[in-house]
Design a protein around this ligand. Structure first.
Ligand code: NCD
Length: 312
């Protein structure tokens, strides 16, 4: 049996994990499904997961909570800042220190890049980055890679098109870092003002083929195996007028879908605003809700691996 290198570890960036480690996690995610409820219960028994969400969340928080409950543990946390001492001006540092006293593991979402790294330095217990500014969202990318494997049986050799707000979308950066462990071709499509931040993908171009485009392109869709769509990150714009200019610039609907490779899989980290029309939801290509469901599976394996030396 391979050593569990996740035990006691922080998850700050997906860059900290090798392909081998990611695949170990995917294998354990599959394995979790075979466990009996009693066996699963042992993995988180009497353990507490603390969550600290400075920004809104639906899937990340709920799937982590559901994951912790599914392994027999419990959760405490802050997601409504107004009901906590953060409202009184308590610092991130002090809040993390206190949560560290009450929890065995902490999930943090915060508007600042570097927030999880900072928290990991303060906390004795492992920190999981649940989204740090527009920098990273590593567990989203882990579940995205897992979804691709589940759907396509492989990642190597795929053409993956990523469409949307590539400047501010943190899931995109973690996804690109994760994909760089594989032999893939990536096509990035965004309006000119929302192009990928070159400084954040420095070095990736040596590891994989990256093509950047400014418009939806039929040929690209005909050749892509995956279309990963993201929403425009309204809350990250300093100038609301800039948001108004790009709002609604792209929508994937069932008419455009006809131009795609028939077995293209459409992914989205969600929430979806207007970038994928609801008439796509019932097509077999639409896998974004399945993707969200894998979030709970993968996070329960991740929690089990971090909390136990030899879990499954
Ligand atoms: C994403 C996030 O918070 O970055 N949401 C999520 O966790 N699935 C994506 C987004 O908000 O657009």
């Amino acid at each position: 049996m391979k050593t569990n290198r996740f035990f006691g570890r922080d998850v700050v960036s997906i860059n900290d994990f090798s392909r081998d480690e990611l695949e170990f996690l995917f294998e354990k995610t599959n394995k979790m499904k075979e466990l009996k409820p009693k066996e699963k219960d042992e993995l988180g028994k009497a353990r507490i997961m603390g969550y600290l969400f400075y920004e809104p969340s639906t899937r990340t928080r709920m799937s982590f909570e559901a994951a912790m409950a599914s392994i027999g543990g419990s959760s405490i946390g802050i997601s409504d800042l107004r009901s906590s001492s953060i409202e009184k001006g308590e610092s991130l540092q002090d809040t993390v220190r206190v949560m560290d006293l009450y929890s065995d593991i902490i999930i943090l979402r915060h508007q600042l890049d570097g927030s999880s790294k900072f928290a990991a330095e303060i906390s004795d217990h492992p920190i999981i980055n649940g989204g740090s500014g527009s920098e990273e969202h590593p567990t989203q990318a882990m579940l995205d890679l897992y979804t691709i494997i589940k759907e396509k049986k492989r990642i190597d050799g795929l053409k993956i098109c990523i469409l949307g707000d590539l400047k501010y979308g943190r899931t995109i950066y973690s996804l690109l870092y994760g994909l760089s462990n594989y032999d893939v071709e990536v096509i990035l499509i965004s309006p000119p003002t929302l192009k990928i931040r070159q400084e954040s993908i420095y070095g990736l171009k040596n590891k994989m083929k990256i093509v950047e485009l400014e418009e939806i392109n039929e040929t690209v869709f005909q050749n892509s195996d995956i279309l990963y769509v993201t929403r425009i990150q309204k809350e990250r714009f300093s100038d609301p007028q800039e948001y108004e200019k790009v709002k609604g610039v792209y929508t994937i609907d069932s008419t455009i879908l006809k131009q795609f490779k028939p077995d293209i899989s459409i992914m989205h980290p969600l929430p979806r605003i207007d970038e994928i029309s609801q008439d796509v939801d019932n097509k077999s290509n639409a896998i974004y809700f399945k993707q969200a469901s894998y979030g709970k599976d993968l996070r329960s394996a991740l929690l089990a691996l971090i909390l136990n030396e030899s879990p499954i």
